[in-house]
Design a protein around this ligand. Structure first.
Ligand code: PEP
Length: 256
């Protein structure tokens, strides 16, 4: 059975010393929880401080992005090797905000993903449709295109280091959550796609997270669904109380 993962994407928040307090509170709050993996993804500038705060705990550290080159004349970019150097185990890739505001294409996301995994990072690949795409019956086509675009030429053994986050764009930061059954259908579709491409064993093992306005009151109904293995949490992850409530609710999942 896949162990749930609850990941916090802090986005452009808590880049300074607030990050230390927040990560300390999370670390203390999860001390007795061992049936859920907990990951926090602060901004780059806070990674070192947060690592120092959580290194003696079970909380894992991730970044929100990285470049595909390891080094060179790329002003302003961050190498996957630098993430390893500051204690990151994970990196988020292809978030819809990066697709929308930074013009990240499937090719770029695929290159980043390959580079990150090649140095030992775990990648969380985000995929999800926009509202008009769902309304026009295109949600499955869009997600399939995103998966194909970013994963089609990765080496087969890389799949073990990849987590998928299904994040319908219309649910991100809007307070509008996808119905658990609707989300689960997409998760099943993604798992089947992974099965066709990488084999059934990989499909059974891969964690597929849901993301989009997860809050303490809705996580339980999502995580009870067969193919929902956890959550990628934005807004509710930058307050210790709400993030911890989500983790605690996930730890009470009855399906095992
Ligand atoms: C996200 O940014 O990945 C996200 C799911 O945000 P929120 O939880 O705020 O909708």
């Amino acid at each position: 059975m896949r162990k749930p993962l609850i990941a916090g994407n802090w986005k452009l928040n808590k880049g300074g010393k607030d990050a230390v307090q927040l990560s300390r509170n999370i670390k203390e709050g999860v001390r007795d929880i061992n049936n859920v993996d907990v990951l926090i993804c602060p901004p780059f500038t806070a990674l070192m401080r947060v690592y120092e705060t959580i290194k003696d705990s079970s909380v894992k550290l991730g970044a929100q992005n990285c470049f595909y080159e390891m080094e060179g004349a790329y002003t302003g970019e961050i190498s996957p090797l630098f993430l390893i150097d500051v204690g990151c185990e994970y990196v988020i890739m292809g978030h819809s905000e990066r697709r929308q505001y930074f013009a990240e294409t499937e090719d770029i996301i695929g290159m980043k993903l390959k580079s990150a995994v090649s140095v030992g990072l775990n990648a969380i690949l985000c995929a999800g449709e926009k509202l008009e795409e769902r309304e026009n019956g295109k949600a499955f086509d869009v997600v399939k295109r995103q998966l194909e675009g970013s994963l089609s030429d990765i080496p087969e053994d890389y799949i073990q280091k990849i987590t998928i986050a299904y994040e319908p764009v219309w649910a991100i930061g809007t307070g509008r959550t996808c119905e658990p059954d609707v989300a689960n259908k997409m998760h099943r579709f993604i798992r089947n796609w992974i099965g066709e491409k990488f084999g059934n064993k990989s499909a059974e093992k891969i964690r597929i997270l849901y993301g989009g306005s997860i809050k303490p009151h809705n996580i339980s109904s999502l995580i009870e669904k067969e193919d929902i293995d956890g959550g990628l949490v934005g807004g509710a992850s930058i307050k210790a109380n709400s993030f911890l409530e989500i983790i605690i609710a996930a730890s009470k999942r009855t399906r095992y």
